[in-house]
Every structure is written in structure tokens, then in C-alpha cells.
Design a protein around this ligand. Structure first.
Ligand code: NAD
Length: 436
């Protein structure tokens, strides 16, 4: 099939590569020429394990093309995926300007029947708005071309995006016209051979499924964070609590890891957008509203743990900056809040290192106020404390004896629970966790 994907970010690029991998002809469109140039040369502008192999293979096979030419890209696809960003706007709503701009462009250039698929995470009712925009552009052109707007939310996780896209837990299609449904079923046929469910429903329900799923996961993380905070006060161990809770099949152990709060490109903005939708329709999302507040508090609490334990400040190594391992995405990462609060005290000398997110971090964090290190060896010198903000595999094996040598009687703020308290304490280090 001929597929166009608009937007080559974490979702659009991986979707484009996935469709090409299954033998479709794919054109990926983006407005950033440098990204397109990079991709044409077989280089991935984002860090995502496995993506560059797919890119190289599918470019070689001639199944994927990258362009900045909107007309060409819109005319190409029989199915057009919208995978542009929907960031948070000033009020906490989803900013739909990129989605609506794409809808206008589709209306401006479409030349035959198209199935338009909204893959971006968008508030309930957006598919209908997209259809209206396309229709009004067609009317302006005096054209009568049929089209269907459908919803196909994406559930991939950054860092595991390739595997998640090629082998999804479920595929959700919000589609009303059987003609469009047939095309989408054909496209996704190869994906569901593993007997994973394909849920075909209305666009509104599909849009809600995405928000409800993300809000639920954010709630689960926040729940265990609050349990961990209480464990700290009452002398219980949150890791053991989470493990025992997770053994219950109804609960599952996933997303039950206490930490410095969730971040990333999705949970923060999607919980806020859902809360805003609830308020708009007079059906308040009180649980989600609490989750948003509790998560902001959790990031502050992580910073306060360090500040109150080091009232005179000192030299601290921040291990990990990305919002989670295996990605270079820094959006809403807890490290941003923690570093900001430490800097505000004017008492800390902060060294930072992340295996993949150094470049993105330099665009977000105050570049001149931090010491940017090249590797783990480089950062673990001349320090009084270590704070783990991202649980990258390469930090897990740090030896307690080595750490004790580098910073005798130093402090370990193990905010991701990657070390063993007993081992660290036996080496003479002070171990500070969250609920453990
Ligand atoms: P992103 O910011 O990484 O990428 C968006 C891309 O769209 C950018 O490259 C941008 O240049 C491009 N773009 C914007 N306007 C355009 C236009 N008019 N024409 C062509 N290209 C245009 O965003 P992302 O993380 O890939 O997220 C995209 C959507 O998918 C969002 O709605 C997000 O909520 C959702 N989503 C993201 C993830 C994730 O893990 N990142 C997972 C599931 C769903």
C-alpha cells in the first residue's frame, strides 16, 4: 500500500519504518529540512534502539522516502497518517495547531479518495474537526473528493518503540465507514497475526482509549510514589510493598516503581489534556487532577531530599538526565526540576552525564551552570554525592567500593532504586532512597 506519514518524530518515524518493514511504500513528510536530510542519509535524528537498522534496510530496499514537499507527500499516500506533535498549550490543553495545519494541507492537495488516520494523541472529537477542516479546504478549491478521517492512537514506548510498533499489545481503530475500515484492516493485517486484539470502534472511543490508558499508567506510578513517601515516614519498605502488590494478577508489577515522578512527552501533557476535557464537559477527572498535582510534588520532593540532606550544598554528580533509559528525550524529565532547585540554592557544584541525552539536555538545561561530563568515569571525580535520576543499565554496575573510594562517606541519592542499600552502607556511604 502507499502510505504517507506526516511528522517524523518518535511516533511518525517509527510508524513509517514499521509500515515499510512490512513491505509498504512509505513517504515521510516533515517541515524540518535538517531532519529530512539526516534521514535520507540513513541517520536517525532521535536515539531509539533498532531504528537505524530499519532505516538503513528500508532505504536500501527503496521502500521509504523522506521529503519536505507537502503536495508530493499528500498526493502519494492512499492512507495518510497524521503523527505531528500535540504539545501542551499555555492552559494545559493539547495544542492542536500542528494537527489542524496538517488537515488544511491535506485538504489543499488531496487528489483522490484518501483515508486520513490520526495517530497523534488528540482530545476527543478532534477527528471530526479534522474532517471539517479538510472538507472546507476542498470546498474552497471547488473539489468533490471523498475521504474518511479515522483515529488510530499509538501506544509505543520510547526506548522500546520499534518492538512495540512491530508487535503491539492491541491495535485500536476508530473508524465508521466500512471502506476505510477495510483499508486499515488490510494494512494492519500483518501486525495482528500474533493474535493480538484489534479493537474497531468509533473515533471518539479510540481517542478516549488513548487518554484513559496513559492517565491510568500515570495514576499507577503516582500511587506507588505516594505509598513510598509514606513508607519513608513509617519505616516500611516500598520495594517490598510494590513487589507483593504486583504479585497479585489483578494489579501486575508494571509501573509500580517508586521514583522522582513521571516525565516524558506523553503522561504530563495527556493527563492535563484529559483533566481539561473533563472540566470542559462537566465530568471532572478528580483522580487525574490529583495525579497531576502529586506528580509535580514528587519532583519537588526528590529535589528536597537532596537539599535537606546537604544543607551546606557540595559537589554532586547527576547520573542520567533523560526522562527514562534508552531514550534521549528530555521532555518533562524529573532531572530538570531537580537540577533547577539545586541551582537555586547556589550551594551546589553540579556535574551531569547521560549516555544519550547530552545534546538534548544542552538545549534545555542552563548550559553554563553545569559541568558536562563525557562518561561515568569522568563524572565520578571530585564529588561529595551521587544522585541517580535515570536508571541507565551502565549505572547499575557501579561498585560500592569504588564509589566509597571516590567519595569517602559520600551520599547516594538512589532515586531509581538501582543499588543495594546494605552494600552501599557497608562501604561507608550514606544511602537515601524513595521509600526504600
Ligand atoms: P515529535 O515532536 O517528536 O514529532 C513531531 C514531528 O512533526 C516533528 O518532527 C515536527 O517537525 C513534525 N511536524 C509538525 N508539523 C508538521 C507539518 N505540518 N508537516 C509535517 N511535519 C510536521 O512528536 P512525537 O513524540 O512523535 O509525538 C507525536 C504524537 O504522537 C503526539 O500527539 C504524541 O502525544 C503522540 N504519541 C507520542 C508517543 C511518544 O512516545 N513520543 C507515544 C504515543 C503517542
Amino acid at each position: 500500500m502507499r502510505i504517507t506519514v506526516v511528522g517524523t518524530g518518535y511516533v511518525g518515524l517509527i510508524a513509517g519504518l514499521g509500515f515499510a518493514e512490512f513491505g509498504n511504500d512509505v513517504t515521510c513528510l516533515d517541515v524540518v529540512p535538517e531532519k529530512i536530510e539526516f534521514l535520507r542519509n540513513g541517520k536517525c535524528p532521535i536515539y531509539e534502539p533498532g531504528a537505524e537498522d530499519l532505516l538503513e534496510r528500508n532505504i536500501r530496499a527503496g521502500r521509504i522516502h523522506f521529503t519536505t514537499k507537502t503536495k508530493e507527500a499528500i498526493e502519494f499516500g492512499e492512507i495518510i497518517f497524521i503523527a505531528v506533535g500535540t504539545p501542551e498549550d499555555r492552559n494545559g490543553d493539547a495544542d492542536l495547531s500542528y494537527v489542524y495545519e496538517t488537515a488544511r494541507e491535506i485538504g489543499m492537495y488531496m487528489n483522490e479518495y484518501k483515508v486520513i488516520v490520526d495517530k497523534s494523541t488528540v482530545p476527543i472529537g478532534t477527528s471530526r474537526e479534522v474532517a471539517k477542516i479538510i472538507q472546507s479546504e476542498l470546498e474552497r478549491r471547488g473539489e468533490e473528493i471523498k475521504f474518511d478521517v479515522t483515529s488510530n492512537p499509538e501506544f509505543l514506548r520510547e526506548g522500546k518503540a520499534v518492538g512495540d510498533f512491530l508487535n503491539p499489545d492491541r491495535i485500536v481503530l476508530g473508524v465508521e465507514n466500512p471502506r476505510a475500515e477495510k483499508k486499515l484492516r488490510k494494512l494492519y493485517h500483518v501486525f495482528v497475526r500474533s493474535k493480538k486484539p484489534m479493537i474497531v470502534t468509533t473515533p471518539e472511543t479510540a481517542e478516549m482509549i488513548k487518554y484513559a490508558s496513559n492517565a491510568f499508567l500515570a495514576t499507577k506510578i503516582t500511587f506507588i510514589n505516594e505509598i513510598a513517601n509514606l513508607c519513608d515516614k513509617v519505616g516500611a519498605n516500598a520495594i517490598e510493598v510494590a513487589s507483593a502488590m504486583g504479585a497479585d494478577g489483578r494489579i501486575s508489577p508494571k509501573f509500580l516503581h517508586p521514583g522522582p515522578g513521571y516525565g516524558g512527552s506523553c503522561f504530563p501533557k495527556d493527563t492535563k489534556a484529559l483533566a481539561r476535557t473533563g472540566r470542559k464537559y462537566g465530568a471532572p477527572m478528580t483522580v487525574v487532577e490529583s495525579v497531576i498535582n502529586a506528580n509535580a510534588h514528587q519532583k519537588e520532593l526528590a529535589a528536597q531530599k537532596i537539599i535537606s540532606s546537604m544543607p551546606d550544598g557540595g559537589r554532586i554528580a547527576i547520573l542520567g538526565l533523560a526522562f527514562k533509559p534508552e531514550t534521549d528525550d528530555m521532555r518533562e524529565a524529573p532531572a530538570i526540576t531537580v537540577i533547577d532547585r539545586l541551582l537555586k540554592t547556589e550551594k551546589f557544584r553540579i556535574k551531569v552525564y547521560d549516555p544519550e541525552a547530552m545534546e538534548t539536555a544542552k538545549m534545555i538545561l542552563p548550559k553554563d551552570k553545569l559541568e558536562w561530563c563525557k562518561n561515568t568515569k569522568d563524572i565520578l571525580k571530585d564529588i561529595d554525592a551521587v544522585a541517580v535520576l535515570t536508571e541507565w543499565a551502565e549505572f547499575r554496575n557501579l561498585d560500592s567500593e569504588f564509589l566509597a573510594e571516590v567519595m569517602p562517606e559520600g551520599k547516594i541519592f538512589d532515586l531509581r532504586h538501582i543499588f543495594d542499600r546494605k552494600e552501599m552502607e557497608e562501604a561507608g556511604l550514606e544511602y537515601i532512597g524513595i521509600g526504600f
